[in-house]
Design a protein around this ligand. Structure first.
Ligand code: ZN
Length: 97
């Protein structure tokens, strides 16, 4: 019997980032994961690049964790210069038949 996924649990972590070690906090990130309470199956986030982006949203490589840049409603935009990364999916030679 397949689960109809009637109820969910979200796990949310918030990261505080500074541009230099020990420096002032300039960036915040939310890390969100969602599972079905009934069967435990994790849900994937769709339509986003894989990686990390201090100025936008991305997912973990398995797409099970949303990593989104956030800021206080009345706070300033985060200053530029914090590096991120993205993962490019490539197909090994011979894998496509
Ligand atoms: Zn379920």
């Amino acid at each position: 019997m397949t689960c109809e996924h009637p109820e969910f649990r979200a796990q949310v972590g918030v990261g505080r980032l500074s541009q230099v070690e020990g420096g002032p906090i300039t960036h915040y990130t939310a890390e969100i994961a969602i599972k079905c309470v009934a069967c435990g199956e994790p849900f994937q986030f769709l339509g986003l690049p894989m990686g990390s982006n201090a100025y936008g949203a991305a997912t973990s490589v398995d797409a099970l964790e949303l990593r989104a840049a956030i800021k206080p409603q009345n706070g300033p935009e985060p200053p530029p210069g914090l590096p991120g990364f993205s993962v490019k999916v490539t197909t090994p030679p011979g894998a496509m038949q």
